[in-house]
Write a protein that binds this ligand. Structure first.
Ligand SMILES: [Fe+2]
Ligand SMILES: [Fe+2]
Length: 267
């Protein structure tokens, strides 16, 4: 059996979670129940939670085949933790949806019926064919998820804001694990079922889908979400920060990022 990988902490560069007030949210009142929300904001919270829960449940389907195929014992244990974490995140998003009565329950029923290939975002309809896909997905796609969660962290809807600290600390493990998988492929490829070339190929596969996840530039939904204090940055601002963060993380491994416009579906 291969030796235990070095600390997974090495791979993460995202800033630590901290309490700050941002954007218009600093001046926006906190709503505590679904009934209090203005109609437009209520629709937006439901829409955001449906997408959030959909990504959580989809990633369980993507990780599932690797529970007993990951190369080391520790990798298998972390895979099983990730699956448990994503199930909990899906449950948490659905609990928020439940507060929206019959409408919320209808969405939950639909979410539970979705199978592979039926999800809203492209990144969650692609299979993990190789171990490098697991590494690139957790390093790149989960990292976009963290940007979204950090936006919700101080959002004006109390039940959503309070769900964030635990979810964020769990996601941090996923990101660091992804970076560790890619780093081990580059530095110790044969032992960890991969190589620099394979890691590079996986990054080219998942990076464009990650950039798409931030949504359209000049999106009206994104502008409204900032106004209501539900989001922190515009799609374009968040995408630019992300590109810089990933570049700093992967360049030292010898992995190059394709240009931001490469293979994009959402611009
Ligand atoms: Fe998650
Ligand atoms: Fe995750």
């Amino acid at each position: 059996m291969a030796e235990t990988p070095k600390s997974l902490k090495e791979g993460g560069t995202i800033e630590p979670v901290r309490e700050i007030l941002w954007g218009s949210a600093a001046g926006v009142r906190k709503y505590e129940t679904a009934d209090e929300l203005p109609e437009d904001m209520r629709k937006l919270v439901v829409k955001l939670m449906v997408v959030q829960a959909d990504t959580e449940f989809a990633s369980i389907q993507q990780h599932r085949p690797w529970l007993d195929r990951a190369p080391t014992l520790e990798d298998r244990w972390i895979e099983s933790r990730i699956v448990a974490d994503e199930a909990r995140h899906g449950l948490q998003a659905c609990r928020i949806l439940r507060d929206f009565g019959e409408e919320g329950q209808r969405y939950i029923d639909e979410l539970l019926a979705k199978r592979e290939g039926e999800h809203k975002l492209d990144a969650f309809n692609m299979k993990f064919d190789r171990w490098s896909d697991v590494g690139a997905f957790t390093c790149l796609v989960d990292r976009v998820g963290v940007y979204q969660l950090r936006s919700f962290q101080e959002c004006s809807y109390g039940p959503l804001a309070r769900a964030m600290p635990l979810m964020l600390s769990e996601e941090q493990l996923h990101l660091n694990f992804g970076a560790s998988v890619l780093r081990r492929m580059v530095t110790d490829g044969a032992k960890y079922y991969g190589s620099l070339a394979e890691a590079q190929e996986a990054v080219r596969k998942w990076y464009p889908r990650s950039l798409d996840m931030f949504g359209h530039s000049n999106s009206e939904t994104s502008r409204r979400a900032i106004e209501y204090g539900l989001k922190r940055w515009t799609n374009e601002e968040a995408r630019a920060r992300y590109i810089e963060e990933v570049r700093k993380l992967l360049t030292p491994y010898g992995i190059e990022l394709p240009p931001p416009e490469f293979d994009r579906h959402v611009l």
